[in-house]
Design a binder for this molecule. Sequence first.
Ligand code: ADP
Ligand code: ASP
Ligand code: MG
Length: 601
Amino acid sequence: MALLVQKFGGTSVGSVERIQAVAQRIAGCREEGHDVVVVVSAMGHTTDELTSLAAAICEEPPQREMDMLLASGEQVSIALLAMALHAMGVSAVSMTGPQVGIMTESTHGRARILDIRTDRVRSRLNDGHVVVVAGFQGTSSGSGGIAEITTLGRGGSDTSAVALAAALGADACEIYTDVPGVLTTDPRKVVDAQLMTTVSCDEMLELASLGASVLHPRAVEIARNYGVPLLVRSSWSDEPGTLLTSRKTRNIGRDGLELGSPVDGVEQLEQQAVLGLSHIPDQPGIAARLFEALSKAEINVDLIIQSTHEGSSNDITFTVHEDELERARTVCDAVLGDLGGALSAEGGMTKLSIRGAGIMGRPGIAANLFNCLSQQGINLRLIATSEVKVSCVIASAMGHKALRAVQEAFDVSDSQVQLNPPLEGENEPEVRGVALDRDQAQLSVCHVPDRPGTAAALCSALADAGISLDAIVQSERQHGDGSRDISFILPKEDRARADVALAPLLAQWPGAALEEGAAIARVSAVGAGMPATAGTAGRMFRALADADINIALIATSEIRTSCLVPENDGIAALQAVHAGFQLGGGERHQAKGSASPLDNG
Ligand code: ADP
Ligand code: ASP
Ligand code: MG
């Protein structure tokens, strides 16, 4: 007999018939003798409909009232599901987030879970009930002793379920949804997407935060941190679905279930070299040519960063091991010989990274890292961000000082520091899945002073406003006055608030200005084997070039490569990259723009 937490999403409880089918499945589980805690979402598109109602009444509804409104959706489905179970003779009791005691921060709309009072659920389980819990909601202590209803952010029922499983020490958490499990990409956008039988939490964390909406990234973060056995399965079948695997586990600490220190290690990679190509033509195929040539020369490239400037030419910067510097220089010279442009190359660099789940989802963490380095007077040569790592490339001479400062800032012990870690992912696929994100906007701050602290100041200003940014790229080229540009992407919904957050900073930097980039989509490839496989980036750029898609920005981290492409090319880019890495399994290859009939977005 096991204790199972089972979560059913909006489509799975979208009608009376579906609620009855879910009840039937739960009844079967009870018959097998298992204890079951069920977490449900609001029915069908209820949350969207409630959001539209609010928008029809006021432009910026108060966050507290939004939470009051949205939490009502889940309350409908828990009651109906409990009734359906009763009707089948299964004793069941429904509970709201506050009734369970899902304690959260007070931030409305995206509250993180601090604690779950397991005694209330347990006593009802002991009484022989199936406990049906409203997902996506919790309660904060509020002001003046009045408890407030909070919500966890869109898609947050997954997080409720995994957090409950962690708190209860459940034997498994099963996420039932409208697809057979986690697929190589969104089957609504690429018809031959294939089921993955397993995927690591680190890979899934990247995929989920890069647009694979099948799981809420915070749910994966909790599963990874506490080692919750997590499965994603179809509501309509008994197929096993996808198992998420995690390596390390910790105990729930005093800081709060979702708030414990997100940084669990620091890595330092020495003897790095940075090569920068600037003023190269902005047209499809250039990045493919360069990285194919490097791959052919068997040079393993680590970080790659590309951005477009003055609308017409590109800079591409990448890192290799110092021993490869001269050979890489020769390859670049040959490529530049045909194209024009300038090359800079320097060794004596170190890459310093902080590691942990969900780092970029918490904007303060990257800002702290950059601040900590700038306070030591250390200039950031390159920045690479991902959900599980933030890396900075700095001068080796500063390496020791930087490491000590970072250890202190993030409370990292010597045993959590890895010096020149071996390449990971030897036997893993270079690309496990691809994802598309159309909810990001591109911004550049032009003419920022070239001195330690500028990236830190930018990130801090946005972090203070609760805005996460990603794919932060500092331009290789300098303006006549020595200033540079910094580009990044941020969620579209935070775009307007970023103007306000950055205004005081821009006022301090003479000549600095905010520039809105063209509408973009981000297509990303993720795979644990990427660091150990040469040429992955070249293959991704080739797939895009062959589909005649221009790349506006490239940002990589260890296990992910992301490209910004014109918004209208998003689906075609996703299809091209999926086919390029042969993820479809079959021979089917989709032509540019041929979205599946299922595509609704
Ligand atoms: P639920 O309501 O059950 O939480 P969601 O709509 O949140 O369901 O998530 C399931 C959807 O996620 C699928 O219908 C699919 O379109 C989308 N999706 C995006 N990327 C992936 C992927 N890599 N694998 C599976 N589904 C994906
Ligand atoms: N009902 C909420 C939403 O639509 C939470 C969820 O479904 O996970 O975002
Ligand atoms: Mg969902």
